[in-house]
Design a protein around this ligand. Structure first.
Ligand code: UDX
Length: 461
């Protein structure tokens, strides 16, 4: 990995520090901590600033320095399902504590000098703080390039009447962004649209104002979106993913305990037979949806490993909505857990398909293991990711929202049994190879990583 790095520069970099600031949600923490590990391997010292809300466990990362800041988020705000309101609060309440912490870090002469701040794109307030401290800020955008291009187009989409979405237009194509239809636009139901547009604008505009944007993606996957962004954005863009495939020993940044019983259960299943179902860390299902999914899985006759996160089903603690005796009738064909070691699960030979909400991390992790997807996006970028999986890369099938058990059963059959599934499997296995090559000597992501390191090095002077 270091083969292309100029060793002279590497020497000079030693003694330089990067300050990283992850957004406190699982799908954002994982890639930021992986990025920290990658940059640490390039000779940088790492300081992580994190909020008290969804606080991190420093003992998993003994090589990094951690500082927590009091975010002032109340219990009631933290447990709210309104992620837009929470993102806005974080961007308001963290300003002073973050600034105070940065001032302390910058004036601490016992530590190495700080080259730059790397913040999550959704912590958009940090651009103004960094400017005021004359500190360069680089952004990590944890989602894909494809959905970002759509976020960039939000002002246009609003001007042309695509947004806010009208139910009568759901099936209409978005002519400016093929192959998206109106229903694929990355919105969230039941939140204040103006607040949502505000955080998206903050995320896009302050990314544009930054000294560079890092992506957990790779050129071969999203080349045309990368070209679009390189034309529209003045700052450099570095797709250096997939982060979790750098073969560094990286520690877990999971906020929940990962149930290892899933691996011993998978060990007993036939190759490529299991459907792994998980809908990420934030998505929620209604009780009716949950029951249709349960019956769809049960009736598919395939073994399944299902992550039912506590709180996944609105109004329930865990599995209460399941009919009594449901699991007994399946004779060991099902294993339900609260949280999985997802990377290990997807890499397990018994897994044949991933039924996912298409969070960007899950999507990329599935591609990297060559596991075809059943797509059931819930909100925001997941909708764009699902469309790309099913219609651009053609490595999965998308279930329509509100699918019933018969449709689910049919979709599983198409993927697991029919010829269509074989073709999809073949395509994702080729994409898996591309993901692998970009991290090999001369590969696009390694080259971009070298450019990123040189770029950071130039920022200091
Ligand atoms: C959120 C948003 O929902 C998503 O749209 C955005 O792209 C990223 O932030 P999240 O719901 O957390 O994503 O899903 P995802 O991006 O897939 O990230 C989940 C992470 O948790 C993955 O790295 C996955 O490996 C991990 N995970 C998930 C586990 O370790 N165990 C599990 O059981 C499920």
């Amino acid at each position: 990995m270091e083969s292309q790095t100029d060793t002279g520069q590497m020497e000079q970099r030693k003694g330089r520090r990067l300050v990283l600031f992850p957004l406190p949600f699982q799908g954002h923490i994982n890639p930021m901590l992986l990025l920290a590990t990658i940059l640490h391997s390039k000779g940088f010292s790492i300081t992580i600033i994190h909020t008290n809300f969804n606080s991190l466990n420093p003992s998993n990362f003994p090589n990094f320095t951690f500082h927590s800041i009091p975010d002032g988020i109340l219990e009631s705000e933290a447990s709210s399902k309104d992620v837009v309101a929470l993102a806005k609060l974080l961007n308001t309440k963290c300003v002073e504590p973050f600034r105070d912490r940065m001032v302390k870090l910058l004036s601490d002469v016992s530590e190495e000098p700080i080259s730059c701040l790397i913040s999550d794109a959704f912590f958009y307030f940090t651009q103004a703080v960094a400017d005021s401290l004359r500190l360069p800020r680089v952004v990590l955008r944890t989602g894909g390039l494809s959905s970002f291009v759509v976020f960039v187009a939000f002002p246009l989409l609003r001007e042309r009447g695509y947004l806010p979405i009208q139910d009568s237009q759901l099936e209409e194509p978005v002519a400016e962004l093929p192959p998206l239809k109106v229903k694929d636009l990355p919105v969230i139901d039941n939140v204040d649209p103006d607040s949502y547009y505000e955080i998206i604008a903050g995320m896009v505009n302050e990314s544009k104002a930054s000294s560079g944007i890092i992506w957990n993606s790779f050129e071969e996957l999203e080349r045309s979106e990368l070209d679009t962004l390189r034309q529209e954005f003045p700052n450099p863009i570095f797709p250096i993913g997939p982060f979790h495939k750098y073969y560094l020993t990286s520690s877990s940044s999971s906020l929940l305990d990962q149930d290892q019983s899933s691996i011993s259960w998978l060990d007993k299943q036939a190759p490529k037979s299991v459907i792994y179902a998980s809908f990420g860390s934030l998505a929620a299902l209604s009780e009716a949806q949950f029951l249709e999914i349960s019956w769809g899985l049960a009736n598919s006759n395939q073994p399944f490993l299902w992550v039912v996160r506590p709180g996944l089903v609105c109004g329930s603690e865990w599995l209460e909505p399941l009919p009594s005796g449901f699991l007994d009738t399946l004779n060991g064909r099902a294993h339900i857990i609260k949280w999985a070691p997802q990377l290990e699960v997807l890499a397990h030979p018994a897994v044949g398909a991933f039924w996912t909400h298409n969070g960007w991390n899950s999507t990329l992790e599935s591609i990297c293991e060559g596991v075809p997807m059943i797509c059931m996006p819930c909100f925001t970028d997941q909708k764009v990711n699902a469309k790309y999986v099913s219609q651009v890369w053609k490595v999965g099938l998308q279930l329509e929202n509100g699918s019933d058990r018969l449709e689910i059963e049919r979709c599983i059959r198409r993927l697991m049994v029919e010829k269509e599934g074989e073709e999809i499997r073949d395509r994702i296995s080729k994409l898996k190879d591309k993901a692998k090559f970009c991290l090999q000597r001369g590969g696009s992501s390694l080259q971009n990583l070298d450019s990123l390191v040189s770029h950071i090095f130039k920022l200091e002077s």
